[in-house]
Design a protein around this ligand. Structure first.
Ligand code: NIG
Ligand code: FE
Length: 400
């Protein structure tokens, strides 16, 4: 057999049904995993490049399945206000919050958006991330929503990383539609979504269903529009209150319901039936000093897959470390390290509709993997502020 590269003398946390393979070998051909398993079983073959892992660990490339990586400005001022006692909802109602980032994003221009997001992306990539989802939602008009999605796609090309773009035009009511949320939803459904979908910029559609954002009825209209365009949906659901968001998402066969701290058992059951992934966002939970924990025990009981992501955004989760989120998912939400790791690999791929091609180390899947200088994969969840990533391969190409 002829391979492009061969990796041996390490251990593989495959995240596939075979689990951990000690003293593994992994062969890459044409950007895909050609073979992975115990080194002793490696078929005869030759590789153009051979890499000795020196006893280190290999995992699938990490997948950050929920980010708002592209935005203008930042909200450090609001951080200070919240430290003095103002709540996230108070600030949003007083005209701050998401709409203040909208103003900065409209000002930034596509070039400015690419430049400011690049630094954040580099930090994610340095920690073994190989797939990043990026949402729009700080433009809230056609031109700026387009600029955000184009910026995200350009970053993917520039850095050789898989970027999935999600249109979150239904994130907040833009200032020019104050008091007329339904008119804005009309614009989203009739103009913004169809135009951006026709330009090929939309992999999925998201909305913010919450008392400070859109009602379940308005959210359903956005989902109906997505359905007409044949686009999968996901939802910011039950973050600050139980508005039935997770159940609504499940009714539309959503890829994921995200945040879900306030989701009750009915919602969890509906997610299980629909195969909707629960995306847990411990960075937002921590930043907002939330006290209502997501119903992890119910997700386990009903077999809802759990993913973990940064939610990188300027308001509720200025997080640029997926490894830190692994730690928080364990310490704050009591996920096991194995669950947390599945949350940034296998289940994160499922939350993006990419389970067929990404998220595990298996023959035929994308050759996206990371090499870690650790004695056990649980260390990826254990260290605070350390980065044991010593190598990343994306699409079969060695990146560091
Ligand atoms: O995921 N919940 C809504 N959207 C973001 C916050 C956006 C912002 O505050 O800028 C989130 O938490
Ligand atoms: Fe979010």
């Amino acid at each position: 057999m002829e391979w492009d590269s061969l990796w041996f003398n390490g251990h593989a946390a495959t995240m596939a049904p075979v689990g951990t393979v000690r003293d593994a070998a992994l062969a890459v051909k044409d950007g895909r995993i050609a073979w992975v398993g115990p080194r002793a079983d490696l078929p005869e073959g030759a590789a153009r490049e051979v890499h000795d892992l020196g006893g280190r660990w290999v995992t699938p490339g990490l997948i950050d399945c929920h980010t708002h990586l592209v935005f203008g400005g930042n909200r450090a001022r609001e951080f200070e206000m919240r430290l003095k006692g103002a709540s996230y909802e108070d600030i949003a109602r007083a005209g701050g919050g998401i709409v203040s980032t909208v103003a900065a994003t409209r000002q930034a221009g596509e070039e400015g958006l690419v430049a400011s997001a690049a630094g954040r992306l580099e930090r994610l990539l340095a920690e073994g991330v190989t797939v990043v989802e990026v949402k729009s939602g700080y433009g809230l008009d056609l031109a700026t929503e387009r600029a955000m999605l184009r910026a995200a796609r350009r970053l993917g090309e520039q850095y050789g990383v898989t970027v999935r773009t999600t249109c979150l035009a239904a994130h907040a009511v833009p200032p020019e539609f104050t008091g007329r949320p339904d008119a804005y939803i009309d614009l989203v459904c009739e103009e913004i979504l169809p135009a951006l979908a026709a330009e090929g910029l939309v992999d999925a559609v998201d909305a913010f269903c919450e008392r400070i954002a859109f009602t379940p009825e308005q959210t359903a209209r956005v989902f109906d529009a997505a359905r007409r365009l044949n686009l999968p949906v996901k939802l910011h659901a039950d973050q600050l209150s139980d508005g039935g968001g997770a159940a609504l998402a499940a009714r539309y066969g959503a890829l994921s319901a995200d945040h879900v701290e306030h989701t009750g058992e009915d919602g969890v059951r509906a997610m299980a039936e629909a195969g909707t992934v629960a995306v847990l966002l411990p960075g937002a939970f921590y930043t907002l000093r939330e006290t209502k924990l997501p119903p992890v025990e119910l997700f386990r009981k009903h077999g809802v897959p759990m993913a973990v992501a940064t939610d990188c955004n300027p308001g509720t989760s200025p997080a640029v470390s997926l490894l830190l989120m692994l730690n928080m998912a364990c310490t704050l939400f009591r996920l096991t390290p194995q669950e947390a790791l599945a949350g940034v690999t296998r289940n994160a791929a499922k939350a993006l509709g990419m389970a067929e091609t990404h998220g595990t180390l298996e023959a035929g899947k994308a050759a996206d993997f990371a090499v870690w200088d650790v004695g056990d994969p649980a260390e990826l969840c254990y260290w605070l502020g350390a980065n044991p990533c010593v190598g990343v391969v994306r699409g079969g190409m060695t990146r560091s």
